[in-house]
Structures are given as structure tokens and as C-alpha cells.
Design a protein around this ligand. Structure first.
Ligand code: C2E
Ligand code: MG
Ligand code: MG
Ligand code: MG
Length: 291
């Protein structure tokens, strides 16, 4: 028999499993050192307001530059940080750093921008989460309405507990966004209980929007539902003008994606801010006469 005819699972099974698990344990130990060793940094990705053409917010995305492995993606290390509990100090560091940075851009005379920070499940169960957020706002001097926290639908927490927690966070004056909207399995009923400001449409829905009528239908449905519920909508992962055209047509509020900018280190963002703005304007100018 040809090797290609052997069922996949036999080829996959033995070496990967044990090595993968050993690797995970090593990575967990390395993660603990990484925070003390300053191996983490944050990149910021612009969100462009489609009505004004301005960069009005930035999503903070954590990065890990490992001394020998090189760049390790957050999709790989965040789940490990979750399981090991490191997400608590790491999450605090991310929030502090992002708030300090947003405040410092304000001091440098950049236009007022919101910063959006991802929360992970472990942080929602952190007893002093609300006090921690409040403390960081005080310490950094960032105005509460310039901070947006992103949660996801797949964060499995009792719905009453979650509602209560989100109301406490909202009471600080911050904004709440639902990230990766539509990719979880939760029922829509939470949308009427949670104090939500914003829905983020996942890249999975917009990637093939020009070719897949089902994606088109789903995105239209999300946009119209959000409008009725008075949520703002951010579309994530926009890479092409054709995708943008569809979202403008549908009344989407904000766009985040490589079309406008990749996530950038803080200094890089400061240096190229003007160019980023004119780049966004140039792209959006094409649509001025279409409406
Ligand atoms: P997310 O919060 O949904 O972040 C959006 C992801 O889409 C980011 O990946 C971003 O770099 C990527 N992206 C944005 N525009 C485009 C585009 O046009 N094309 C493509 N192909 N990708 C685009 P990233 O930075 O690798 O983060 C992956 C996930 O890891 C995040 O998804 C989030 O769930 C998690 N994560 C990242 N940073 C943090 C953090 O600071 N805290 C927590 N708890 N989770 C984080
Ligand atoms: Mg996010
Ligand atoms: Mg997302
Ligand atoms: Mg995601």
C-alpha cells in the first residue's frame, strides 16, 4: 500500500501527542518567566470610523517574543496562560500597558482614541476584576469612556453572573464589546440582558463575502439586528476593497483589518499615524460619490 492510502490518524498519532504535551508543559514554565523578562509587548490595530474616515479606536493585541522560539502567536499561548493561571497577572499587565499607552498618545497630541482590550475567561472569574479596572483607570488617568473591554460569546459563565459583572464594569463608564460575534454557540437572548455597546463581526463571516451568498446574508442580518438594538458594529479582518464596499453599503460603523493597517507596535503607530490616516482617507474617498 502507498503511504498516502494509510488513514490519516495512524500517521498522526504517536509522535505528536507526547511531544505536543511535553512542549506545552515547557511552554507553560517559559510563560511564567516571560512576564518578568519583559518578553511581552503590545501591538495596536486601528479601527476606522466609516462615517468620519478617522481612526477612532485601537485594539490592543498582546505579543510574545520568545528568546529562542521567536514569535509565538497569542492563539497558542493565551489558552496556556488561561490554564496555568498566568492570565491574571498577564491580563493586568496588558490592561495597564494599553491604558498607559492610550493616555500617553493623548498627551503627545494625537487625536482622542479609544483602546480596546481583550478579556479572557479567567479574568471574568477574578474576584477583584472591577476594582482592578477602576484602579488602573485612576492610576493612568485614562477616561473610562476611552476604554473598551472585549468579551466573547464562548465565555461560559452563568448568564446572571455575567450580566451582573458587566453592569458593574459599565458603571465605571467603560464600553463593552462582544468579540468574534456569531462564532459561539450561545443563544441570542443575552443580547437583551447584557449592557453591550458594540458587536465585532468575526473575520470568518467577511472573508468570502463577495463569493458566498450565505455569508452575505449573515452579515446583513447582523448589521440590521445591531442597528435595531443600537449597537455599534466593528467588522474584523477586512483585507479587500470589495469587502469594505459591502460593509459600507450595509451601514457598518467601524472597520479593522489589514486593508487599513496591520497591528503595529506603539512607536511605529506614533511615527506613521499621519500616513495611516491619509491611507484610510484615500481608500474611503473612492466611496464618496457612490452614495
Ligand atoms: P481577536 O481579539 O479576534 O483579534 C483579532 C485578530 O485578527 C488578531 O489576531 C489580528 O491580528 C487579526 N487580524 C486583524 N485584521 C486582520 C486581517 O485583515 N487579516 C487577518 N488574516 N487577520 C487579521 P492575533 O493578534 O493573532 O490574535 C488572535 C487572538 O488572540 C485574538 O483574536 C484574541 O482572541 C487573542 N488575543 C490577542 N491579544 C490578546 C490579549 O491581549 N488578551 C487576550 N485575552 N487575548 C488576546
Ligand atoms: Mg479582540
Ligand atoms: Mg475577533
Ligand atoms: Mg479571535
Amino acid at each position: 500500500r502507498e503511504a498516502s492510502q494509510i488513514p490519516q490518524r495512524f500517521l498522526f498519532y504517536k509522535p505528536c501527542m507526547s511531544e505536543g504535551m511535553a512542549d506545552r508543559i515547557i511552554m507553560e514554565q517559559e510563560l511564567h518567566k516571560a512576564l518578568a523578562n519583559h518578553e511581552f509587548y503590545i501591538e495596536y490595530q486601528p479601527q476606522v470610523n466609516l462615517k468620519t474616515g478617522k481612526i477612532e479606536s485601537l485594539e490592543a493585541l498582546v505579543r510574545w517574543r520568545h528568546p529562542t522560539r521567536g514569535f509565538v502567536p497569542p492563539d497558542v499561548f493565551i489558552p496556556i496562560a488561561e490554564e496555568s493561571g498566568l492570565i491574571i497577572p498577564l491580563g493586568k499587565w496588558i490592561l495597564e500597558t494599553a491604558c498607559y499607552q492610550a493616555k500617553s498618545w493623548e498627551a503627545q497630541g494625537l487625536p482622542q482614541m479609544k483602546v480596546a482590550v481583550n478579556l479572557s475567561l479567567g479574568q471574568l472569574f477574578q474576584q477583584d476584576l472591577v476594582q482592578m479596572v477602576e484602579g488602573i483607570l485612576q492610576q493612568t488617568g485614562l477616561k473610562p469612556h476611552h476604554l473598551q473591554l472585549e468579551i466573547t460569546e464562548s465565555m461560559t459563565m452563568n448568564i446572571d453572573q455575567m450580566t451582573q459583572l458587566l453592569h458593574e464594569l459599565k458603571a465605571l463608564g467603560i464600553q463593552i464589546a462582544v468579540d468574534d460575534f456569531g462564532t459561539g454557540y450561545s443563544s441570542l437572548s443575552y443580547l437583551k440582558d447584557f449592557p453591550i455597546d458594540c458587536l465585532k463581526i468575526d473575520r470568518a463571516f467577511v472573508r468570502n463575502i463577495q463569493h458566498d451568498p450565505n455569508d452575505e446574508a449573515l452579515v446583513s442580518m447582523i448589521l440590521s439586528m445591531a442597528k435595531h438594538l443600537r449597537f455599534k458594529v466593528v467588522a474584523e479582518g477586512i483585507e479587500e476593497v470589495a469587502q469594505l464596499a459591502f460593509l459600507i453599503e450595509g451601514g457598518c460603523d467601524y472597520i479593522q483589518g489589514y486593508l487599513f493597517s496591520k497591528p503595529l507596535a506603539a512607536e511605529q503607530l506614533t511615527e506613521t499615524f499621519k500616513e495611516l490616516h491619509s491611507h484610510a482617507e484615500e481608500i474611503l474617498d473612492q466611496f464618496k460619490y457612490v452614495e
